[in-house]
Ligand binder design. Structure first.
Ligand code: ZN
Length: 136
């Protein structure tokens, strides 16, 4: 599969309003985008570190995936995302290797990327996302 780099690290926070200024003041990073992903019931804020991003995730509904995550585990690292090429093919390969997939086919994520999640049961407890930049 050979991912090209870590696309981003997703961090669940209770409040973007608190977390964004913290990242800006403490680490000197600049938030360059805030975006709501409605079907994930989440508001995201992005920072760049080299070619990797930090994606802060605030839940917009208690029954959304981030709302449930924070209720169970509290704030913290939520997922890690690898940049890959040809995501559909990668997913088929993983399925053949009996890796449990949350998304069997790519769907639209933040920043216009095609994304798919692998189940943490198959990845040593780390929710893993694969991202592909769509061809223009
Ligand atoms: Zn993500």
């Amino acid at each position: 599969m050979e991912p090209t780099h870590i696309e981003h690290i997703g961090i669940a926070v209770e409040s973007l309003e608190e977390a964004i200024p913290f990242y800006e003041k403490t680490f000197g990073l600049k938030c360059y985008s805030v975006e709501e992903v409605r079907d994930q019931k989440v508001k995201t804020a992005f920072f760049k570190i080299g070619q990797t991003k930090i994606e802060l995730l605030e839940s917009t509904a208690p029954d959304g995936p981030i709302g449930k995550f924070i209720e169970k585990k509290g704030q913290g690292v939520h997922h890690i995302a690898f940049a890959v090429k040809d995501l559909s093919t990668r997913l088929k390969e993983l399925e053949q290797k009996d890796v449990q997939l949350i998304d069997k086919t790519p769907r639209k994520g933040a920043e216009g990327l095609n994304i798919a999640f692998l189940h943490p049961k198959s990845t040593f407890g780390v929710l893993t996302e694969l991202c592909e930049k769509p061809e223009k």
